[in-house]
Write a protein that binds this ligand. Structure first.
Ligand SMILES: [Zn+2]
Length: 494
């Protein structure tokens, strides 16, 4: 969140390699669903990449269910801008993460759950408040996978955000005065427009189909598979080949215009915006290839096969995976910030919300690196920016919002989780030197892509890669109620 392709070629190469290996060894791997999908370009039914290890969230345990591991969401939603009713069918491939006889999903009370089936059999789901309990109909062993289909409809409404920021009026999908709908849903709120396990530790694959009247366009994330016509409506199909946490699923239906572009290395980019915003949008999108290249030089390849931006007239900056949700009124530095999140937060996602610093500290640091590099008239370094803009605020932020690793639950995404961990990261960079530091973060992302990680994993990774134990240093910056004075450890063996 903003503070206050080579994949397509790779997929073809992979398909050829799989076919070749099958021809050589006769193993039959070439006939796997994944290989078949790679050949045909159609979505696969091999959803193993959507497997997660869900936990009870340590900050917002009221949402999400540790027994529920959704592997894949097939969402088919229709938007009526006149009645402002969303009508959806959600087909979930759900794995029992532990033995259970039911799955507890999140679905806003505003939504009516019209029918629920499990493996094709109608069941009596219990919709109580913002939770929908789906009986499995039998006792499930761990790893059992069921297909849950939920038909639902309703007018989405925002739910209160556990935040003090005035720029976030609420969470979830909101309907605009012109009949558009769009969503911002961190740390939760996806449940306002589809039934889900609404917590970061349950990443899943998605295929999203959005139907809207002619003249309207439906936008989500992943590869845009195209628009088809159906009875005076446009049908927009989106395929996410990489696991996504619920808070990172983009969603908007409006009278969008579309631009397509190609980013560094051939990344397929699409931009969606209202025609009246074209000039502001084009000023921003002209900078996107440079932003991606800037990030790639430090943190390695852009982690997904596609990218894009869904532009809104409202104030928003949200790193929705591969399709950033971004205000036409926001600054280029904020857009760079959201692109940095594609590495930090999207490719690698915190296990729980106490790990928000793993998102915002890194994205803020990347943003400050970029801001330093933009300063042409008065040369500045990231050290200058941190010394002048972050360090003087550190104590006040800890006092107001809590230390960044233990922020107040009602102060989600306050400035403490941005600036304080950015200072910590700069200390690690200073201790290691630029080359080792950037390689460390490059490896952190690309060796953990598609997973959830936490503080202990990060500290262990840093120690394993550098031979230096930064644990006390990291813990002090994340936990101390006062600005730490601890120095990072010296070179190994020194
Ligand atoms: Zn952010």
């Amino acid at each position: 969140m903003v503070r206050g392709r080579r994949g397509l070629i790779a997929a073809v190469v992979l398909a050829v390699a799989v076919a070749a290996s099958a021809a050589c060894d006769g193993s039959g791997s070439g006939s796997s669903p994944a290989a078949a999908a790679a050949k045909t370009g159609s979505p696969t039914s091999d959803w193993s990449a959507g497997r997660s290890h869900p936990v009870v969230d340590d900050m917002y345990p009221q949402f999400g269910d540790a027994a529920t591991d959704v592997l894949h969401y097939g969402l088919d939603v229709k938007w009526d801008p006149t009645s402002t009713v969303l009508t959806g069918t959600a087909t979930l491939a759900v794995r029992a993460a532990e033995p259970t006889d039911r799955f507890v999903l999140d679905l806003a009370a505003d939504m009516s759950a019209d029918s629920v089936t499990v493996n094709g059999v109608r069941v009596a789901g219990v919709h109580d408040g913002d939770h929908l309990t789906v009986p499995a109909g039998r006792h499930l062993s761990a790893d059992a996978v069921l297909t849950v289909v939920i038909a639902y409809h309703g007018t989405p409404h925002l739910v209160p955000a556990p935040m003090t920021r005035p720029d976030v009026p609420g969470l979830g999908a909101q309907v605009t005065a012109s009949g558009a709908v769009w969503a911002q849903q961190e740390p939760y709120g996806a449940f306002t427009w589809f039934p889900c396990d609404d917590q970061p530790s349950d990443k899943a694959l998605y295929d999203v189909t959005i139907t809207a009247p002619d003249g309207w366009a439906g936008v989500s994330g992943g590869a845009f598979l195209g628009r088809t016509e159906s009875a005076g409506h446009g049908v927009y199909r989106w395929h996410q080949p990489n696991p996504v946490a619920t808070y990172l699923v983009a969603f908007a239906v409006d009278r969008f215009q579309q631009d397509s572009a190609t980013g560094p290395g051939g990344i397929a980019l699409t931009y969606w915006y209202l025609p009246a915003d074209a000039d502001a949008v084009h000023r921003l999108t002209a900078q996107v290839p440079g932003m991606i290249s800037f990030l790639e030089r430090r943190f390695g390849p852009y982690p997904f096969p596609t990218g894009g931006v869904l532009f809104r007239p409202e104030m928003v900056g949200m790193e929705t995976q591969t399709m950033i949700t971004f205000s036409t009124r926001a600054a280029p530095a904020d857009l760079l910030h959201e692109f940095a999140h594609q590495w930090f937060g999207d490719a690698v996602t915190p296990t729980t919300w106490s790990g928000l610093w793993l998102n915002e500290g890194f994205a803020m640091y990347a943003q400050m690196l970029w801001e330093a590099a933009q300063t042409s008239s008065a040369p500045a370094t990231v050290d200058d920016l941190l010394r002048n803009n972050a360090l003087p605020r550190d104590q006040a932020l800890r006092t107001a919002d809590g230390p960044p690793g233990h922020y107040l639950p009602t102060h989600f995404a306050s400035s403490n989780v941005y600036y304080c961990p950015a200072l910590m990261l700069n200390g690690i960079r200073t201790a290691l030197g630029d080359a080792a530091f950037y390689q460390l973060l490059n490896d952190w992302v690309h060796q953990h892509q598609g997973t959830n990680q936490d503080r202990a994993a990060f500290a262990a990774f840093v120690e394993a890669r550098t031979g230096r134990d930064f644990t006390a240093y990291i813990n002090a910056w994340l936990d101390s109620p006062t600005t730490p004075t601890i120095q990072p450890p010296g070179p190994a063996g020194a």
